[in-house]
Design a protein. Structure first.
Length: 313
């Protein structure tokens, strides 16, 4: 009897949890909804519902981890990206909302093939090969495939979807997500350094349009050191060498070698590329592009807050 009374005394509800916040109300809500296996909306509209002591104890453990910079997505194991849910773990970077722009852009390019300029007409006859370099959780390639399947099913059927990561645990997560989204057979995953897993010959290259999404590690060691919020994410997903451009430099070299097989260097028609960068790198990556692809008309694109975050050509 006394035990029952004690339990009753210990019972609290979510409104009470919010009265002494250590983390933001939004984050408390996400964690509690995750523990209660209900949606955040349901939790917020039933915030007087009692929370069992065992659940409250687990909540406090997660809250303590959050205070030690664990991303919320690692605590719940899920991150929403482009309106889809992706499993995540400390083996992969948690996909960021600004990266959704890459999905939008690629889907637009592919959907609009064959409309507009002569160059675009040329690309319409080519087979689209979409490559996600540094796929991590697989968020980019999976979102592109899902969107194309919905919006341009004929092109989707013709297209190839390839994804690469150097990290074996990241690839495992990406494959898991592809299976979850029923794309396990459509997307091919490769382990390796950038484009090295592919053997593309002259025929492949002249009959295909390579559309490359590259969100490669681009931070400098100094930037990583002064950002506690990313301290729990894989170093391998963040560190881009002394100027942050180590991987983009290597990718451009690999691409130039690959396209040497063709008589002319690629322009629109055989190669489209979109890379995520840090805003401080815009000028330098433009110069790199000019060096490796002198004929490409490259553009720097800003995110919604006006920061220069993407290179596109
Ligand atoms: C910034 S994360 C991007 C993850 C994911 N594409 C996203 O947008 O959420 C970079 C990814 O590149 C991978 N990576 C690092 N070096 C690589 C290399 N040399 N070749 C292929 N992938 C690499 C990392 O393991 C990591 O998953």
């Amino acid at each position: 009897m006394s035990i029952v009374i004690k339990e009753k005394e210990n019972k609290i509800n979510f409104s009470q949890v919010l009265r002494s916040p250590l983390i933001s109300r939004q984050e408390s809500g996400i964690l509690m909804a995750f523990l209660l296996k209900i949606s955040l909306e349901v939790l917020l509209t039933h915030s007087e519902t009692e929370i069992r002591p065992a659940v409250y104890k687990r909540f406090k453990l997660l809250e303590a981890k959050r205070l030690k910079n664990w991303p919320i997505a690692y605590l719940t194991g899920v991150k929403e990206f482009y309106g889809f849910d992706f499993k995540v773990s400390p083996a992969v970077l948690t996909p960021r909302p600004e990266t959704e722009y890459m999905v939008e852009e690629i889907v637009e390019i592919i959907k609009n093939r064959g409309t507009g300029s002569k160059e675009h007409d040329k690309s319409a006859s080519l087979k689209p090969i979409i490559i996600d370099l540094g796929t991590g959780s697989g968020a980019i390639i999976i979102s592109v495939a899902k969107e194309l399947k919905r919006l341009a099913p004929t092109i989707y059927r013709r297209a190839e979807f390839l994804a690469v990561d150097i990290s074996v645990p990241a690839l495992k997560m990406a494959k898991n997500n592809a299976a979850q989204h029923k794309l396990a057979r459509k997307i091919k995953f490769y382990q390796g350094n950038l484009l090295s897993p592919f053997k593309l010959n002259k025929r492949d290259l002249s009959q295909s349009e390579l559309i490359i999404a590259a969100n490669l590690p681009y931070l400098t060691p100094a930037q990583i050191k002064k950002s506690p919020s990313i301290s729990r994410e894989p170093f391998l997903a963040l560190d881009g060498g002394s100027d942050g451009l180590k991987y983009y430099r290597e990718l451009f070299k690999q691409l130039r070698e690959l396209f040497k097989q063709l008589s002319e260097l690629p322009t629109v028609g055989n190669l489209r590329i979109i890379c995520e960068i840090d805003e401080s790198q815009a000028k330098k990556i433009k110069t790199l592009t000019k060096k490796y692809f002198p004929h490409a008309a490259s553009e720097i694109i800003c995110d919604l807050s006006g920061k220069k975050r993407f290179l596109f050509f």
